[in-house]
Design a binder for this molecule. Sequence first.
Ligand SMILES: [Zn+2]
Length: 467
Amino acid sequence: MNPIRVVRRAVACSLILLPVTTAPSRAQTSSIAADYQAIADSLIHAATADSAAYLRLGKLVDTFGHRLSGSASLEATIAWVLREMQADGLQNVRGEPVMVPHWVRGAESADLVKPRATPLKMLGLGGSVGTPKSGITAPVLVVTSFDELSRRASEARGKIVLFDEPFTEYTATRKYRSDGPSAAARVGAVACLIRSVATASIRSPHTGQLDYDSTAGKIPAAALSVEDAMMLHRFADRGEPVVVTLRMGARTLPDAPSRNVVAEVVGREKPDEVVVLGGHIDSWDVGQGAMDDGGGAVGAWEAVRLIHRLGLRPRRTVRVVLWTNEENGGKGALAYRDAHAADLARHVLAMESDNGAFNPKGYVLAGSDSAAAVVQQVAGLMQPINATGVQRVDGSPAADITPLAEAGVATMEIDVEGSRYFWYHHSDSDTLDKLDPAELARCVAAMAVMAYAVADLPDALPHAAAP
Ligand SMILES: [Zn+2]
């Protein structure tokens, strides 16, 4: 998780979600419903009539596989998407250059040496340093929390610290992945293991970005499957010495060139005013990145393709952006902000889908009360598929639009039924079959209707704050 993502999760998960309370006037309500319900119905019908987004996502993930920043598969995917968007007839199709971190995993393993020799299911954490070729063999100190590590700091020197913290909620549990390695290094540990950040497990390890603190030494760090972390914990509880050998070939190469994918339906009256929608095109280097975030990226693309295919030309420009490097740097989000710095005041909405393209319930908005009142009316157009909810957060609802939120743009994430998200997140099991074609189609509808209506309203959606 990059720093931006940390902000996003902290915001999305720690704040109380407030239902919109600003009641729209009767005139506004009837006007948006009267002006846009027929078009909304046509977009919903077009999105849900077939499985176009799912089929395209399948083609993408089966052909190119996972897409870590710096990888050939990410750049091949981007090149293919750009060609397909041209073929779709979208306008101003382009790749906007971004330099991205280039971390490679290399060969890796973790083996229990004592009290029983057996391989463990592991994934190195993104950004980790490697071990010497012969690996690191050391006794394991099992702790449940940062507090317990502080209490037992004198026991940690020369050991591999395992944080076996059960999942509570993402923001809290993720801290062991991001901050655990440096906390362990500070008390003299030689390597760090964590229990995978997951809400369910079939012995599948889950990766994700760590965040070395510059004041601590860098030690290798990896996630164990939930089951293996629990077993090591049981050995320790029984007073049996636990010894593990960790081998990791991870290394960080020089930054590599990548691109944000951008395409548009140019507005008919106010082409310089923009509604952005998208997801991230990169993924971790495991599974297929189908859920995180292939579905969000292809879903947003499909929403814009449908607007174009139905011959709809809103007043303002609708722009799909597939950000690069969300997972381990957030450089795509920053590059988009910088490349469009002069235009951010004319960005009326930025919408993202990065919680899995599961059944949509509505929208999560970070914006002003007056923007929320309008968004609530537009959400009412989603009655046919029951996706009319509007929740509000302060800050930003999602990682790649955080720099835009900070610039005052109203930002939004698709609100989905996400109970399965952390079963698959950042693991080998993030594959196409985890998504449902009909649910993805409804996400497409939710994005298409919101993007079209907000792009077409006579008055621009109010900014969240002065940019
Ligand atoms: Zn994601």
